[in-house]
Ligand binder design. Structure first.
Ligand SMILES: CC(C)(COP(=O)(O)OP(=O)(O)OC[C@H]1O[C@@H](n2cnc3c(N)ncnc32)[C@H](O)[C@@H]1OP(=O)(O)O)[C@@H](O)C(=O)NCCC(=O)NCCS
Length: 178
C-alpha cells in the first residue's frame, strides 16, 4: 500500500508566551524541540496508522532566536519511508505579528518508528511521490542516511583504538594527563 504525503502533512501555529522563555528572554530551545517532537509524532502516526516512537533527531541548528509574542508555525511532512521507520522533515518559522516579518528558525529531520500495541515494530505504507520536490526530499534522506552511517563507522574506530588518534589533540586546548 502507498499513501500520499499530503494525507499526513501537519501544520501548527502557536503564539509564543512569556512562560516559554529562557533566562535571556528568548523562547527556550527545548520548548521548540518539544513541539517539533509532537508534530513529528502526529505526522508519522497519521502516515503509519500506528503509534510511533522517536528513534533519532538529525542535527538541529537554531538559526534565529524566537521572541515572545511571535507566531511560530511548524510544517511537517514525511520525507522518507523505510520498512518500519519514517523520516519527518520539519520546518519552523516565526512571524512578527505587527510587521508580518517572517524568519526561518530551523529545519530538522526526525526519524520515527511505528510500533504495535505489544511494542513490536510494524511495516509502514510506502510513499507516493507526486512532485519533483517529493523525490528531492526522499533522495536527500537516502544520502543523509548513508553519510550518517559512514560517520558512525569512522567514529567507532576512535573507540577501538584511541592511541592512533591522539595526535589530533595537539592543536586543541587540552592538557593530556594520562
Ligand atoms: C528506535 C527503536 C524502535 C529501534 O528498535 P530496534 O529493535 O533497534 O529495531 P530495528 O533494528 O528493527 O529498527 C527498526 C527501524 O528503526 C530504524 N532505527 C533504529 N534505530 C535508529 C536510529 N538511532 N536512528 C534512525 N533510525 C533508527 C532502523 O533503521 C529500522 O528502520 P526500517 O525498519 O525502516 O528499516 C528502539 O530502539 C526504541 O524503541 N527506542 C526508544 C524510542 C523512544 O522511547 N523514544 C522516545 C525517547 S524519550
Amino acid at each position: 500500500m502507498y499513501k500520499s504525503i499530503t494525507d499526513s502533512q501537519i501544520l501548527i501555529s502557536e503564539l509564543m508566551l512569556p512562560s516559554y522563555t529562557n533566562f535571556g528572554g528568548k523562547i527556550h530551545g527545548g520548548y521548540i524541540l518539544g513541539l517539533m517532537d509532537q508534530i513529528a509524532f502526529a505526522c508519522a502516526s497519521k502516515h503509519s496508522g500506528s503509534y510511533c516512537v522517536t528513534a533519532s533527531v538529525d542535527q538541529v541548528n537554531f538559526l534565529n532566536p524566537i521572541e515572545v509574542g511571535e507566531l511560530v508555525t511548524m510544517k511537517a511532512s514525511i520525507n522518507y519511508v523505510g520498512k518500519s521507520s519514517m523520516i519527518v522533515g520539519i520546518r519552523v518559522e516565526s512571524e512578527n505579528i505587527r510587521t508580518g516579518n517572517k524568519k526561518h528558525c530551523n529545519s530538522s529531520y526526525f526519524t520515527m518508528v511505528a510500533k504495535d500495541e505489544t511494542g513490536n515494530t510494524v511495516e509502514v505504507p510506502g510513499l507516493e511521490l507526486k512532485t519533483k520536490l517529493d523525490a528531492k526530499r526522499f533522495i536527500k534522506a537516502i544520502k543523509r542516511k548513508k553519510t550518517e552511517l559512514k560517520k558512525q563507522e569512522e567514529l567507532n574506530t576512535i573507540y577501538k583504538n584511541v592511541d592512533e588518534h591522539l595526535n589530533l589533540l595537539k592543536d586543541y586546548r587540552v592538557k593530556i594527563d594520562f
